[in-house]
Design a protein around this ligand. Structure first.
Ligand code: NAP
Ligand code: MG
Length: 497
């Protein structure tokens, strides 16, 4: 057996799988080398183990198509073992003095910070997002979620109406998507643990590596065995969690399609559920807005993380009188966006997460053209020959009835429409089965309050977009799901009634 691998930060990770050969990556001179195991394992009951079937699948770097690692595929037996471990850990964990539980969360938060560079590089390599986003957004926010929830551990009686002695829900199944792999794991784990629950977590098939690195961190922090179990795999692994009778609560973030399947399964069994699904969020620019700021807001709303964002401002509504100015300025701004190597710290738009997602996006762009929209990709620069790429794109001549105005594309594609009055803007913005987020750009305060109140959206940003914070509740209306995550409201989902 090889000795325990040393990490770039010099720490020794006692819980990490030690028998897998490793190699060093030196992706770019300014980034730290990251050690990636050739094979990953599952974290069950405080031990890294192989899946019972010994099956694995490849995870690739979407910017190069290079295989990064063979990821363990958990089957029903592994999920059952994980649920049993979580059940066994529940009583001791939930009975632990709240201040002691908090110490674990603080420790995890600090360790995420200490290993931040390594986590950021790994996130970018496995998922394709620009390093400046993983470094400045995903990893710091992941740490913040643990810090914030650590503070709640001994104050939970203030989190629920009536106070009393709040109890955890029990064993939580948490299924997360590929767009913010580490952040979604932190976002789901931190409140569950703070409230005294135990967890079986499943990352998305294309982006399991940072969740497994987080599993190493949990081990380094001596989190008691079974409190968090991480089972990697594809849709079938998720289904095994959903169908397991030992799960008391499910939390899911992903597509509306899978969300509906999960809602049905949970309803049949009476399992508690929170769903964070898709969106087609409106970003509304009024003529009195600071237009240059609004242009930055458009960039942030739809090209952040290649548009792989559930709350992306994918429908832009511009007041008719300023539409020509907005589009002219947007064209200029788009010419300065750098698309390419996600590990380059100057890159603005990275790689599309998977070949499959690229095909979905390409299909929508084609459909937009077929429906009579004009497809605009200003500043077309050469793209790398390998990997999955899509230029920042907007479409004009879009009607509300067009597919590209109705369906979630989950890529860097913006549908531009116009309006004449605030009434029309609100009516058009709400004309969607979704209700996750919205943006308003105006210098007039009364308009902000009036419009925000009438938009059916869980989050409304004013003169900004895509700002996240652990203290703010996040979640949707209508087909965007139900339940809130983050802030005091997010705790309710993890406390028994
Ligand atoms: P998805 O299938 O809903 O995936 C989300 C998570 O659910 C993943 O961990 C997935 O595993 C798992 N899963 C898949 N089928 C399952 C099942 N039957 N039971 C339980 N878990 C299951 O989403 P996707 O296919 O990756 O993306 C499709 C579309 O979903 C995107 O184009 C986008 O519109 C939307 N989406 C939304 C969000 C969001 O933040 N709201 C995030 C991602 C995607 P595998 O990844 O291993 O299949
Ligand atoms: Mg990958």
């Amino acid at each position: 057996m090889a000795s325990t691998p040393a990490h770039p930060d010099g720490a020794v990770h006692p819980g990490a799988p030690t028998d897998a050969p490793r190699w060093d990556y030196s992706p770019a001179p300014e980034t730290v080398p990251v050690t990636i195991p050739e094979r990953t394992q599952l974290l069950i009951g405080g031990k890294f183990v192989d899946p019972a079937s010994r099956k694995r699948f490849a995870t690739v770097n979407p910017a190069t198509e290079a295989v990064l690692s063979q990821v363990a595929e958990a089957g029903e037996a592994d999920v059952a073992a994980a649920v049993a471990a979580a059940r066994k850990a529940l009583k001791p964990w939930s009975k632990l003095r709240a201040g002691e539980r908090a110490k674990y969360l603080y420790r995890i938060a600090r360790r995420i910070q200490e290993r931040a560079r390594e986590l950021a590089v790994l996130e970018t390599m496995d998922g394709g997002k620009p390093i400046k986003e993983s470094r400045d957004v995903d990893v710091p926010l992941a740490a913040q979620h643990f810090f914030y929830h650590a503070g709640w551990c001994d104050k939970l009686r203030y989190a629920v109406p009536g106070g009393g002695d709040p109890q955890p829900v029990g064993v939580c199944g948490q299924i997360i998507p590929w767009n913010f792999p580490l952040l979604m794991a932190a976002w789901k784990l931190a409140p569950a643990l703070a409230c005294g629950n135990t967890v079986v977590l499943k990352p998305a098939e294309t982006t399991s590596l940072t969740a497994m690195r987080l599993a190493e961190i949990l081990q380094e922090c001596d989190l008691p065995p079974g409190v968090v179990n991480v089972v990697t795999g594809a849709g079938a692994t998720g289904r095994a969690i959903v169908e397991h009778k030992g799960i008391d609560k499910l939390a899911f973030t992903g597509s509306t399609e899978v969300g509906k399947l999960i809602a049905r399964a949970c309803a049949a069994r009476g399992t508690r559920l929170t769903l964070e699904l898709g969106g087609k969020s409106p970003n509304i620019i009024f003529a009195d807005a600071a237009i240059d700021q609004a242009i930055e807001g458009i960039v942030q709303s739809i090209w952040f993380n290649q548009g792989h964002v559930c709350c992306a401002g994918s429908r832009l509504f511009v007041e008719e009188s300023v539409l020509p100015e907005v589009l002219a300025k947007l064209d200029i701004r788009m010419r300065s966006l750098r698309v390419g190597d996600p590990l380059d710290k100057n890159t603005d738009v990275g790689a599309i997460n998977s070949r499959q997602q690229l095909a979905t996006i390409a299909k929508y762009i084609e459909e937009g053209g077929r429906e009579g929209c004009t497809v605009c990709q200003p500043g077309a620069q050469a793209l790398p020959t390998k990997g999955f790429w899509c230029r920042p794109t907007y479409m004009t001549g879009v009607q509300p009835s067009h597919v590209v105005a109705r369906e979630e594309i989950f890529g860097p594609v913006l549908a531009v429409m116009s309006f004449r009055t605030p009434e029309e803007a609100i009516q058009r913005a709400n004309n969607t089965p979704y209700g996750l987020a919205a943006g308003i750009w105006t210098e007039k305060g009364s308009k902000v309050f009036d419009v925000a109140r009438r938009l059916q959206a869980g989050v409304v940003w004013c003169n900004t977009y895509n700002q996240f914070d652990a203290t703010s509740p996040f979640g949707g209306f209508k087909e965007s799901g139900f339940g809130r995550e983050g802030g005091r409201h997010g705790l309710a989902a993890y406390l028994a009634d």
